[in-house]
Write a protein that binds this ligand. Structure first.
Ligand SMILES: NC(=O)c1ccc[n+]([C@@H]2O[C@H](COP(=O)([O-])OP(=O)(O)OC[C@H]3O[C@@H](n4cnc5c(N)ncnc54)[C@H](OP(=O)(O)O)[C@@H]3O)[C@@H](O)[C@H]2O)c1
Length: 291
């Protein structure tokens, strides 16, 4: 049995429709799921696992509010780090495998070439630190695991940059978007497909470890916004192609510090699992087609 946490989140929702191809799935979330589970309640996690006894745990739940985390460090740490330690410890004792998601925000972002998995991390925010600590705890647990670092996740539903841009473009004359942060926009569907392929691959446990799982190519938030608006206009989702002005990070103050360059190399994912993720433009087209 596969236990899926965070089944109402962007990634969890896409996983919930794909994982059943691999076996029976129990969805766990704070509400609207097969079982209720609050990852902030560390004692409840072990009880749920003892009751369900999964052979695979897919942890798509996380505290993902990057700016709010600066003021909620304890909760971010509990959900993104200590809860992951509990999942890992249970999995190690019970010979289960844990799939866990992490983030490009574990890196400092002052590089100029795509980050590989084994490069030193230096998170710049409370969220990034909590995710980095979650990775470390899972590795230390001794459980078989896949840590999939992803980035700039969006989907046709949920809280994300694409939906924010479409709303803003419909309401305003012009938009101003940061042009000096570069990353890899990745759809939740792409990540769910990569996950499902990895779980179906032979020799999964021998390939336990950390992988970068993002779309290929890279773009700034401003370039991404322009592509979203152009694609939406072409599909008749926006009446006009609202212009987007490029601004600097300093012109858009945010509580949390974000990496300037957090492009992730997917070379290891391709080499070990033979998975070539789609380009970010293909992911965007597929998402706009679903709207
Ligand atoms: N979004 C991004 O841009 C991004 C970038 C890099 C990495 N990631 C990582 O990718 C993974 C999936 O992210 P996502 O984009 O799917 O996030 P999301 O849409 O924000 O979903 C997160 C899910 O976690 C659940 N959750 C939060 N706190 C919880 C708690 N205390 N107990 C149980 N469930 C809780 C939320 O439940 P409710 O529905 O009840 O709120 C939500 O369903 C996460 O590990 C995230 O860190 C995301």
């Amino acid at each position: 049995m596969i236990l899926l946490t965070g089944s109402n989140g962007q990634v969890g929702f896409e996983l919930a429709s794909r994982l059943p191809a691999l076996g029976s799935v129990v969805c766990a979330a704070r509400s609207d799921a097969d079982i209720a589970l609050d990852l902030g309640d560390l004692g409840a996690i072990e009880k749920a696992l003892d009751a369900q006894r999964p052979r695979i745990i897919v942890n798509a739940a996380a505290y993902t509010a990057v700016d709010a985390a600066e003021d909620n460090a304890e909760l971010a740490d509990r959900v993104n780090h200590r809860a992951v330690a509990v999942l890992g410890a249970w999995a190690a004792r019970n010979n289960a495998l844990v799939v866990h998601y992490s983030t490009d925000y574990v890196f400092a972002g002052n590089g100029e070439a795509p980050y590989c998995e084994d490069e030193p991390i230096a998170p710049q925010s409370v969220y990034g630190r909590s995710k980095a600590d979650g990775e470390t705890a899972l590795r230390a647990s001794g459980a078989a695991h896949l840590i999939l670092r992803t980035a700039w996740v969006y989907a046709p539903r949920g809280k994300n940059f694409l939906l924010t841009m479409l709303r803003a473009a419909a309401e305003r004359e012009r938009l101003r978007v940061v042009d000096d942060q570069i990353g890899c926009p990745t759809t939740a569907a792409t990540l769910a497909e990569i996950t499902t392929h990895m779980l179906a691959a032979p020799g999964l446990r021998e390939n336990s470890g950390t992988y970068h799982a993002v779309s290929t190519g890279s773009v700034s938030w401003c370039g991404f916004a322009r592509a979203i608006i152009q694609g939406a206009h072409q599909r008749g989702l926006l009446a006009r192609a609202t212009p987007v002005d490029a601004i600097a990070t300093g012109d858009y103050p945010a509580k949390a510090r974000r990496p300037a360059y957090s492009v992730l190399s997917t070379e290891k994912l391709q080499r070990v699992f033979g998975i070539v993720p789609p380009s970010w433009q293909a992911g965007l087209d597929a998402t706009l087609d679903r709207l």
